[in-house]
Structures are given as C-alpha cells and as structure tokens.
Design a protein around this ligand. Structure first.
Ligand code: HEM
Ligand code: HEM
Length: 188
C-alpha cells in the first residue's frame, strides 16, 4: 500500500534531486541579478533628459556592465559544456518543450542584448568604454543604423522581460504546485 501523502511530502520527491554544478549556480544568480538590474537601468536611462551629466555617467556604467554580462554569459556557456546539466525531471511533454524553448530564448536574449547594444553604440560618435577602456568601434556616426540596432535592443528587452516572467512563474509552479524540488537544483 502506498504511504498517505501529507501536505509537506513533495509529490515527486527524489525525481529532481540532482543539482546543477556550483559554478553554474553562481553564474545563474549573478547574471540573473545583473540582467534584471540592467533592464531597470536601461529604461530609467531613457527617461532622463538629454544633456544631463548623470545620464552619460549612467549610460557608460550600463555599457560596461552589459559587456561584463556578455563575458559572464560566454563563461556560462563554456561551463555548461564542461559541467553538463542535470536532466529535466519527468514532466509532461508540453512542459518539457516550454522549459527548453524558454531557456534557449533566455540565452538568445542574454547574448543578443549586449551585442545589439554594442553594435548600436558603434554607430555613435561616443563609442563604448569598458570600465574606462575604449573598445574598438566597428561603425561610424550614423543615426539610421544606430536606430536599427537600438530598436532590436528594445524589442529584445521586452522579449527578455516576458521570458523572465514565464521562467519565474514556471519555477514557482514547480516549487508550490508540483512540489518536485526543481528550485533546489539551482539553489546556492
Ligand atoms: C544584458 C545586457 C543589457 C541589457 C539587459 C540592456 C537593457 C537595456 C534597456 C532595457 C534599455 C532601454 C531600452 C529603450 O527604452 O530603448 C537599454 C538602452 C540602451 N542600452 Fe542597453 N542593455 C544591455 C547591454 C548594453 C550594452 C552592452 C550596451 C553598449 C555597449 C548598451 C547600450 C545601451 C544604450 C546606448 C541604450 C540607450 C539607447 C537609446 O538611446 O535609445 N546596452 N538597454
Ligand atoms: C527571477 C528569478 C529566477 C528564478 C526563481 C530562477 C530559477 C531557475 C531554476 C530553478 C532553474 C533550474 C531549472 C532546471 O532545473 O532545469 C533555472 C534555470 C535557468 N535560468 Fe533561471 N531563475 C530566475 C531568473 C533567471 C534569469 C533572470 C535568467 C536570465 C535572463 C535565467 C536564466 C536561466 C537559464 C538559461 C536556465 C537554464 C539553465 C542553464 O542552462 O543555464 N533565470 N532558473
């Protein structure tokens, strides 16, 4: 006879108890916090009046942190291939597909955001300084091309916001409805 389930008994206890490697966990949370901060900084920057010295200081900080995130994401992709990842616990096919597509698109956003920002800034006379160090500028001062890259930058920002919301809701569903310990796999 199967044991009675109490409210504190996880439904799929043991199915999701394999953890991500520690460096993957550290990089997940470092990048997650930095990206959420960057989304807030980006929109706040846009609301500041032109010519304000604080706006250019914040823009330079945004660019430097964005390039730093890009380097951390490259490190994370390398760590993912070096350490692998635990297989997804048993779940319905649509849930598995939704999780894989969301995670793949999160990587597209994490790479696409810094690239579009850097390319947009390359078609601006100000270029990009990485914590004070001027980076190579691939373009020239061109408003139309700059506009294309910054439109991509903005669309990707909205895509990322939607994906983060989905990803967060998915994690909360596993934690509080399925109670399958999925969050523990990514917990420090
Ligand atoms: C994870 C990385 C990044 C995130 C999440 C991010 C996010 C954002 C957001 C939300 C905005 C406001 C969008 C708008 O209202 O148009 C923005 C604007 C901007 N970002 Fe980023 N960004 C990132 C990386 C970068 C990088 C690496 C650069 C340059 C090297 C950059 C340069 C800019 C600039 C110059 C703007 C103002 C664009 C304008 O004047 O329309 N960003 N960013
Ligand atoms: C908002 C709070 C967040 C929570 C609660 C959360 C939770 C989690 C959990 C539990 C996993 C492991 C899923 C599994 O076991 O397969 C995971 C994986 C992942 N998360 Fe998050 N996450 C958050 C924010 C973010 C953000 C902001 C990003 C990126 C923009 C992100 C990107 C990813 C990616 C790409 C994976 C797949 C693992 C990998 O290959 O790196 N997460 N997250």
């Amino acid at each position: 006879m199967s044991a009675a389930r109490t409210p504190t008994t996880p439904r799929n206890a043991g199915l999701a108890n394999e953890s991500f490697a520690r460096p993957m966990i550290a990089l997940h949370w470092l990048i997650a916090i930095a990206i959420i901060a960057m989304l807030c900084i980006g929109f706040y920057m846009g609301s500041l009046p032109r010519g304000l010295p604080f706006k250019s200081t914040l823009t330079n900080f945004h660019k430097s942190l964005g390039i730093t995130i890009f380097l951390l994401v490259l490190l994370r992709i390398w760590a993912r291939s070096a350490y692998g990842r635990p297989p997804l616990p048993p779940m319905q096919t649509w849930q598995r597909a939704a999780a894989s597509i969301t995670q793949a698109l999160l990587y597209v956003g994490m790479i696409g955001m810094p690239l579009s920002g850097y390319l947009g800034s390359s078609f601006n006379k100000f270029g990009t300084k990485f914590w004070g160090l001027p980076l190579p500028q691939w373009g020239w001062d061109d408003k139309a091309i700059r506009h294309i890259f910054f439109s991509i930058h903005e669309y990707l920002a909205w895509m990322l916001i939607a994906l983060i919301a989905l990803h967060f809701l998915g994690a909360m569903k596993h934690q509080f409805i399925d109670r399958d310990g999925l969050l523990r796999r990514m917990w420090p």
